[in-house]
Design a protein around this ligand. Structure first.
Ligand code: CA
Length: 583
């Protein structure tokens, strides 16, 4: 009996794989593969909307972690559905690899900013079908922030839910039975389902882990822009520090502070390689005031080309004059206040900050050539969040900070925390559904991220640990958590990429690590990352799993992963400016 089942399975596999792309890539095959309406709760598929067309030898971008572009062949499928009882329309598109290439996988790629991913082909190189959704608000053309308000004071909550988590979950829910039907596989065929994204793509991934935990076998989430309430308002914080101190440091002075900090803290990890692999030791041991009096020089810049005499600065866009001076106590006071993070007028902590040695791109003032003065510059992503998502008035952004105090920022954060707790906030710490489904989470963050602070990921990891394992001590909880949720800091890295200011490692093959974990049961203990520039170009580092930290001892060629209580404590925060828990 057993033999005949095996034989039948082999025969079926052979039949499926023998089919050509043209055989299966037909409207009729896709329509036949659609799950019957009533099967997927709340989703009414529209069979007449189906399109299907083979695409041969198209160019693929190479996926999340920067693989080289390749030629791909797939079936391009589009279809629409409506929500039960609702006269809306959501368009989804899928790319199915040719039958001989399909490895029973589905892959979801994240987007960035306020955009969902619109390219459905990211999984082809992994033998995976993959998809993209227009989320019901034509997300292929619109970024979410452009349609979040129906009018002043009127939030489009349908769009908020769809962007927040629902659209991706529904797209993946439809994909699994569709893929089985498309390839003629049986109803119980396992479709290994993966998510991969960074920045808002990291947030989107966390939304799937938190809300659709049993849909995904593996999720890779980088620098997630979750905790939206705090994250977006925090982009206003550096400008408010300068406004409050009534001092706008020259951009070259800020660059000098960052570069001098990197130079001073680089050796603290035990190897002088241009990378601050231990920002915690830098925070604990380095005093920014030691930079006061150091000279700086930057040539004039017309915009994005950076500051001549200094290393190129990230995020610098406005034109700046030639700058020649020395770092002042006022310059350092601004940098120190920014790295200390937001506190209210009672001294209670509102939020954490970028790690010391991170670029201070949000703090760059604007140069006014008419007055030869540095002026307030509110990063648009922060200003837009305040005017659109908090004040619900317009997308124009904040023009000034008149009457805005640190307490105001805390108040804005509190408003966002409450208002978007079930849509954009994306910090639910109870991952029981994900865990009990046997799913795996690989979470990483550039340690010198200048946009989403690295500590914001540490805080979420700590929240999950304490919510999931309240009765275990830290060591026991970390061991239990590592079986399904691992977090890695990427030394020196910026926001979702390596850092021009620190030539450090960056992971290149996270999907392979995840596939090995999910499909082959190989639980990682370290994460491979490759140095892409500088003296150590090409070196593969096996990054330490949080909370252990790298340390090169006595000139050793390789670092050890050490446990250091004081360092861990430097990453640990309590947000006592809020009465609600901040996960
Ligand atoms: Ca170093």
């Amino acid at each position: 009996m057993r033999q005949s089942i095996t034989a039948a399975a082999v025969a079926m596999t052979a039949t499926t794989n023998a089919a050509s792309l043209a055989d299966v890539c037909t409207v009729a095959n896709v329509q036949a593969a659609l799950p019957a309406n009533g099967t997927l709760l709340g989703i009414d598929l529209i069979p007449s909307s189906v399109t299907a067309s083979p695409v041969y030898n198209a160019t693929s971008g190479g996926g999340m972690t920067g693989g080289s572009s390749t030629s791909i062949t797939y079936c391009n499928v589009t279809l629409s559905y409506t929500h039960t009882g609702k006269d809306d329309k959501v368009v989804v598109k899928y790319a199915f690899p040719e039958p001989s290439a399909f490895k029973n996988r589905f892959y979801v790629a994240g987007g960035g900013g306020y955009s969902l991913n619109s390219d459905a082909t990211g999984g082809i190189s992994y033998g995976a079908a993959s998809g993209a959704t227009d989320a019901g608000y034509d997300a292929f053309s619109n970024s979410y922030d452009s349609i979040a308000l129906l009018g002043a004071g009127s939030i489009d909550w349908d769009a908020a839910h769809m962007f927040g988590y629902q659209a991706l979950g529904e797209m993946t829910t439809i994909a699994k039975p569709l893929a089985r039907g498309f390839y003629g596989a049986s109803d119980n065929t396992k479709i290994y389902t993966y998510y991969e994204g960074c920045s808002d793509g990291g947030r989107e991934g966390m939304s799937q882990v938190q809300r659709w935990g049993d849909l995904y076998d593996g999720a890779i989430t980088g620098a997630p822009a979750f905790r939206m309430s705090h994250q977006q308002v925090n982009h206003v914080f550096p400008a408010l520090v300068e406004h409050t101190l009534d001092y706008y440091p020259p951009t070259c002075a800020l660059a000098k502070i960052v570069n001098a900090t990197i130079a001073a803290c680089d050796p603290l990890d035990g190897r002088t390689d241009g990378v601050v692999s231990r920002t915690d030791l830098c925070k604990l041991q380095f005093n920014l005031s030691s930079i006061v009096g150091e000279s700086y020089y930057c040539s004039a810049s017309s915009g994005s080309s950076g500051a001549g005499g200094m290393k190129k600065r990230q995020g610098q866009t406005s034109s700046t004059p030639e700058q020649n001076g020395t770092v002042t106590a006022q310059d350092v006071a601004v940098a120190q206040a920014i790295y200390d993070g937001l506190h209210n007028s009672k001294g209670e902590r509102g939020y954490l900050s970028w790690q010391i040695a991170s670029d201070l791109s949000d703090a760059n003032p604007t140069y006014n050539s008419d007055t030869d003065a540095w002026e307030l510059n509110i990063p648009s992503i922060g200003g837009e969040w305040v005017t659109e998502f908090i004040e619900m008035e317009s997308t124009d952004g904040l023009s000034d900070l008149t009457n805005v105090t640190y307490d105001t920022l805390v108040s804005w954060m509190n408003t966002g925390l409450i208002r978007y707790t079930d849509t954009l906030q994306t910090t639910l710490p109870d991952l029981s559904t994900f865990q009990s489904a046997g799913s795996k989470l690989l979470h990483y963050h550039g340690e010198s991220d200048f946009s989403v602070p690295a500590a914001s990921s540490v805080h979420y990891w700590q929240s999950v640990r304490s919510v999931m394992y309240p009765d275990l001590d830290d060591a026991e909880a970390e061991k239990a958590l590592a079986e399904w949720y691992q977090f890695y800091l990427i030394p020196g890295a910026g926001h979702c990429s390596a850092n021009q200011l620190q030539p450090g490692p960056y992971p290149q093959d996270n999907m392979q690590t995840m596939i090995d974990w999910v499909e082959n049961g190989i639980q990682p203990s370290r994460l491979n990352a490759t140095v892409s520039s500088g003296d150590y170009e090409g070196e593969v580092q096996r990054l330490c799993q949080w909370p252990s930290r790298p340390l090169w001892k006595d000139g050793s060629d390789d670092f050890e992963c050490v446990s250091d209580e004081a360092s861990i404590e430097s990453w640990t925060y309590t947000f006592d400016a809020f009465k609600l828990p901040v996960y």
